[in-house]
Design a protein around this ligand. Structure first.
Ligand code: UDP
Length: 381
């Protein structure tokens, strides 16, 4: 069974690493990695290959920047060439980035089955490009691997056949479980001269928060307010940095005492910083899940979350507006010890990748792929 695994952007690497490893342990599986190059910055890409023990990708498409449409078109054209050469049995895509949808679409058009890992998540907010990517990718997929109950419910409501859906847990947590000790040994907290619990960790990069001046001004104000209580560590995403500069807010942020602006962190460094933070403030999808697993209080600046289990069972709280006063109130509550208790969601146990490998093998053995389309589209040669 030949599988092509697709990675493109930062949140993909920690999901594909345990899958590729699980596939390689089985002699019946050939597993290759295609990196589209959607994130090409060394700090958003290369670093993760090293830290997550991923081999160099078998194919690097080098698509780089551009609008969503340009990226999508470029990925599709280049991936089609790879598909023609490889003729895999499965294309495995993770998450909800442009590469996820682009590669799924090429695969299906060429009659190759798609496995979607992290299927069924829905924010209900179609203004998010990720939401469109999720809905369309799920529609194209033959096997949908789900991280939480809401994913199952959404897919059933949308009419996806039960036999295609598998509730397997969370591969991102597989990586966390595997690398947690290594991250602690690295002791990034100590290297920054900080103690556990002494700082708030912040990440922000969603267009809805950082692409307009009002949102960025609120973020700067929130950082300033929070820094009166604890040191704020803020690894700044390239998108956020570019916009802070564009709107002339970088100097103001840089000059706030007790705030440390950092480069985007490596996976191990960030894991260590997350584990020992007193609060994580974020708009990231993955960070909501990881902080729930680590039982660290998390404040998420989003109108909605596609990962409701982090709120229902975990330590996550949604803050639906960027009002600095509201945020200040929540930060003060947590620092006063009024912390939302959380439990680890079902099947977030570090074993998800093995379950997925087993299910794909069984599907192959049974010869039932439940093809979305028929294999009528000719393979280009
Ligand atoms: N992350 C990282 N360094 C950072 C910030 C985040 O390694 O400076 C990791 C984080 O631990 C998680 C993933 O990146 O595993 C989340 O990616 P991101 O927030 O870019 O995307 P999203 O999950 O929102 O799609």
């Amino acid at each position: 069974m030949n599988i092509l695994n697709i990675v493109g952007a930062r949140p993909n690497f920690m999901k594909v690493a345990p899958l590729h490893r699980a596939f390689l342990t089985n002699p019946a599986i050939t597993s290759k990695i295609v990196h589209t190059g959607q994130h090409y910055d060394a700090r958003m890409s290369d670093l993760f290959f090293n830290q997550l023990d991923l081999p160099q990708p078998d194919y690097y498409l080098g698509v780089g920047g551009g609008t969503h449409t340009e990226q999508m078109a470029d990925i599709m054209l280049k991936f089609e060439t790879v598909m023609t050469r490889e003729r895999p049995d499965w294309v495995l895509v993770v998450g909800d980035v442009t590469s996820t949808l682009a590669c799924a679409l090429v695969a299906v058009r060429m009659g190759v089955r798609v496995a979607h890992v992290e299927a069924g998540l829905r924010s209900g907010d179609r203004r998010m490009p990720e939401e469109i990517n999720r809905i369309l990718t799920d529609n194209l997929a033959d096997r949908l691997f789900v991280t939480e109950q809401a994913g199952l419910d959404n897919l059933r409501r949308e009419g996806v056949a039960d036999e295609k859906i598998h509730f397997v847990g969370n591969v991102m947590i597989d990586s966390l479980v595997q690398y947690r000790r290594k991250a602690n040994d690295l002791n990034t907290v100590g290297a920054l001269d900080l103690m556990p619990g002494q700082y708030v960790l912040m990440t922000m990069h969603r267009p809805a928060n950082v692409d307009h001046e009002a949102g960025l001004r609120s973020i700067v104000q929130i950082v300033e307010n929070t820094s009166l209580h604890r040191t704020v560590l803020f690894p700044v995403h390239p998108r956020t940095r570019a916009n802070l500069i564009r709107f002339g807010l970088m100097d103001r942020l840089t000059n706030i005492p007790n705030v440390r602006l950092l480069e985007p962190q490596g996976y191990l460094e960030f894991l260590n910083l997350m584990e020992h933070a007193v609060i994580v403030i974020t708009d990231s999808g993955g960070v909501q899940e990881e902080s729930t697993y680590l039982k660290v209080p998390c404040l998420t600046f989003r109108d909605s979350t596609e990962r409701p289990v982090t709120v229902d069972l975990g330590t996550n709280q949604l803050l639906t507006d960027l009002n600095p006063e509201t945020v200040h109130h929540h930060v003060a509550e947590i620092l006063a010890g009024r912390v939302k208790a959380g439990v680890i969601p079902p099947l977030w146990d570090g074993q998800t990748a093995g379950r997925i490998a087993e299910i794909l093998l069984n599907a192959e053995r049974a010869g039932v792929g439940s093809m979305t389309g028929e294999r009528t589209a000719p393979m280009l040669s």
